[in-house]
Design a protein around this ligand. Structure first.
Ligand SMILES: [Zn+2]
Length: 250
């Protein structure tokens, strides 16, 4: 009388297949989630490296500017020394000058050169001021860069350790997946993988109370009834997922 207890060997095999498919989906989801977490950690690692690089770049730009200022200062100092020499030479020449006209001309030269010397001294002082100001900023930025760099090294090491730990979990799940698929018919594994690709990671859907929970559509009553027979793999006509029957707990 009781049909439900009259199961053939074929029924049991199908039931086992469905259990394995369900487990396979679970393992694949675990692996996907772990990989997702790993990707997130890799992104964080990139962000850390980028902020260190940006700070380093900023320092390099400042350093280049500082050395440019030093160079400009050096040129001004050389001009200053040259002008002083000119003045000295002109003063020496003056002693040999015979005419008043020549004397006045050299006098004008010396006055112009002295004016130039004063201007150059002022410019050198300006450069020194700029160099001191920029050096101060550079020191501060340099100190915070050291701190950032140290901090980043610590965080990077932490993230890498996390990534490694997750990789161990992934390896374990992959091994579990391999063991599982070895017991399953290759064609079924292939079908599962293709469906999973098409259905955004969900090849299996639970059927309950006449509905497919994969797409929340009502299943044709005959199909739903057939699920109870465990005669063949059945798929949802709406979302094509392989259906697994789950009874509502009473
Ligand atoms: Zn469906």
């Amino acid at each position: 009388m009781c049909e439900k207890n009259k199961r053939t060997k074929g029924d049991l095999i199908l039931k086992k297949k469905l259990d394995m498919l369900e487990e396979l989906q679970e393992v694949d989801q675990l692996i996907d989630n772990l990989k997702g977490t790993q990707t997130g950690l890799h992104d964080e690692l990139n962000d850390i490296a980028q902020s260190v690089d940006a700070a380093c770049e900023e320092l390099a730009v400042m350093k280049a500017r500082l050395s440019q200022l030093e160079q400009e200062k050096g040129k001004l100092e050389a001009s200053h020394a040259a002008e002083l020499e000119n003045i000295l030479r002109s003063e020496t020449n003056m002693k040999e000058i015979k005419t008043n006209k020549e004397f006045q001309a050299v006098g004008r030269e010396i006055t112009a050169a002295r004016k130039q010397v004063t201007d150059l001294e002022e410019q050198v002082l300006q450069k020194i001021g700029q160099i001191e100001e920029l050096s101060g900023v550079f020191e501060t930025k340099s100190a915070s860069y050291d701190e950032l760099s140290e901090n980043s090294a610590l965080r990077t090491a932490e993230k890498k350790a996390e990534i490694d730990k997750i990789q161990q979990d992934i390896d374990a799940d992959v091994a579990r997946r391999e063991a599982l698929t070895k017991e399953m018919p290759a064609s079924l594994v292939k079908r599962f993988a293709a469906l999973r690709d098409q259905r955004r990671g969900q090849a299996i859907a639970i059927a309950r109370d006449g509905y497919c929970l994969g797409c929340n559509m009502q299943l044709p009553p005959q199909l739903y009834n057939n699920l109870f027979k465990y005669e063949e793999l059945l798929t949802c006509p709406h979302c094509q997922r392989i259906l697994i029957l789950k009874h509502q707990p009473h």
